[in-house]
Design a protein around this ligand. Structure first.
Ligand code: ATP
Ligand code: MG
Length: 508
């Protein structure tokens, strides 16, 4: 039998939208099969159908030629199907090991036995170079590590068909290349992988075949080696996409953000997470903070936006000392922030889209009177932003944000923040999880903000983005800024050396 998995003519509807409209996906044994499509095209929905989270209205699923009904994820597991979700499903106050065994615990007289599990986890972790600490709490480990825990969960259950829903969106370039190796190793051992990603380079690198979806419909399944990136993106978006960023030379003006000898040491920590950070971002320039994940970028942004208080040093916004200001006051002073963690800090998932779009200004005069929200205004704002930023969902402004596709949630945040028209836009991984068409659009928006005389502070792990979008690059390494570079004067390789700490800029 050629196919391990066949999803035939699958249709799945949600209120106001047909998420999957007669989609067919056939996966061969031992292949990496990419699933490509715009934000909201229906990829995660299709995978949730395969994983038993949703029941399709129409269509059938065959495993090795035999029709099956997958009623829930436990049944999917019994068919050896495992899934790493786009937004992880881990219990944050459990340890790594507890999360991995959850649901398949070995017990003795009602007591959970973890010793065998621990051994198996350590073996798997070692074998696939996952490097996880079984006793760490999920809430204490990085997103990249959390993902490895999700991978271990599948391996621990001996799953044969592995679904990766945008695994690389949250990873650093180094972690991505490690994941690619892991994936290749897994298929070499006979496992089959369905791989969702928006990054065409990754598809070219690991995938054998690729199925393309657009607006809930099946477009084609192609052989990856004989299809160019341009062809892939055109099939997916339905038009030609410019994969390079076009912009004029920057002409920086007055200083908007000034960071002055900022240091941060968490309570009880033995060393600084940020050490003596000083830099400026001026009107009309895009300054990028580059670095490998975990070198203090997150804390720097927290300190700038008021989510933590720096231990030493000051932050000025247009000459005003904002070091002690609240998050809201900083926003009112002219700071917009696209946060790194969209679920934790960017959205209220159980609010609808229009409510989320006014989170930054519901309290101002235009949006409320005597404590009552101006619903007419709220709806107008929402519809305008939905249209301008092409935010797709089932029920427009009334859609509960939790039900929106990951990329469209991100677009909602970007729309809200850019719309505040702030002098400083701090954008952390703004294109994470976006499709190529949306990335093109967001990059244009960042450049437009710059050209309108705003200062943009872009924090990105994506080397291409760093090199193509920024006017100046500050590299962070172990909590310090170790280089101030002109992207035109360096190569990606050199940038990599600074990021790895093996090179340091002068005069810093
Ligand atoms: N539980 C749900 N309730 C209502 N609508 C939903 C639900 N899940 C998905 N949708 C809608 O179905 C459509 C497809 O969503 P899906 O998450 O499958 O997209 P996707 O291809 O994975 O996109 P992305 O690349 O942004 O992750 C979207 O318009 C989304 O709003
Ligand atoms: Mg998705």
């Amino acid at each position: 039998m050629e196919y391990v998995i066949e999803m035939l003519n699958i249709t799945k509807e949600f209120p106001g939208i047909i998420a999957n409209d007669d989609i067919t996906l056939q996966v061969k044994q031992g292949e990496i099969h990419a699933l490509l499509g715009e934000n909201g095209a229906g990829k995660s929905t299709l995978m949730s159908v395969l994983f038993g989270l949703y029941q399709p209205e129409k269509g059938m699923i065959k495993i090795k030629g035999e029709e099956v009904k997958i009623k829930n994820p436990n049944e999917a597991n019994r068919y050896a199907i495992g899934m790493v979700h786009q937004h992880f499903k881990l219990v944050h106050n459990f340890t790594v090991l507890e999360n991995i065994v959850l649901g398949v615990e070995e017990t003795n007289k009602g007591i959970i036995k973890l010793e065998n599990a621990r051994k198996k986890v350590l073996d798997l972790s070692h074998r696939y170079h996952l490097n996880v600490d079984p006793d760490a709490l999920i809430s204490d480990i990085t997103v990249g590590m959390q993902q490895r825990v999700e991978i271990l969960k599948m391996l621990f259950r001996d799953n044969e068909i592995l679904i990766f829903d945008e695994p690389t969106a949250v990873l650093t370039p180094q972690e991505i290349s490690e994941l690619m190796k892991i994936m290749k190793e897994l298929v070499r051992e006979g496992k089959s992988i369905i791989f969702i990603t928006h990054k065409l380079n990754e598809i070219k690198e690991v995938a054998d075949r690729c199925t393309i979806l657009r607006k809930g419909r099946y477009i084609d399944t192609v052989d990856v080696a004989s299809t160019s990136k341009e062809e892939l993106s055109e099939m997916m978006v339905g038009r030609k996409v410019n994969l390079t960023v076009e912009k004029q030379e920057a002409s920086p003006q007055q200083t908007i953000l000034k960071v002055d000898h900022l240091s941060y040491r968490p309570v009880h920590a033995h060393k600084n997470v940020l050490t003596n950070i000083s830099f400026e971002a001026r009107a009309g320039e895009i300054v990028c903070i580059a670095g490998i994940d975990g070198n203090g970028q997150t804390e720097l942004v927290y300190a700038l936006t008021g989510m933590i208080e720096a231990t030493e040093g000051k932050v000025f916004l247009k000459d005003k000392d904002i070091s002690k200001e609240s998050v809201r006051q900083r926003a009112l002073d002219g700071m917009a922030h696209i946060p790194e963690d969209r679920h934790k800090h960017g959205l209220i998932l159980d609010y609808n889209l229009s409510e989320n779009l006014i989170l930054k200004n519901y309290f101002d005069e235009a949006h409320q009177k005597h404590g009552f929200i101006n619903f007419k205004r709220m709806k107008e704002d929402a519809l305008r932003l939905i249209d301008k930023f092409d935010i797709r969902s089932g029920q427009q402004d009334k859609t509960i944000v939790r039900s929106m596709s990951g990329g469209n949630q991100q677009k909602a945040i970007v729309a809200r923040e850019i719309d505040t028209n702030a002098d400083l836009l701090i954008a952390v991984q703004p294109t994470r999880g976006l499709d190529v068409g949306a990335i093109e659009y967001i990059h244009k928006q960042l450049i437009e903000q710059r050209d309108q005389g705003k200062a943009v502070l872009l924090v990105s792990l994506e080397l291409d983005e760093v090199m193509n979008v920024s006017d100046r690059i500050l590299v962070m390494y172990e909590g310090e800024i170790v280089a101030n570079l002109n992207p035109k004067e360096i190569t990606t390789q050199e940038l990599g050396l600074y990021m790895a700490g093996s090179k340091r800029g002068e005069g810093l």
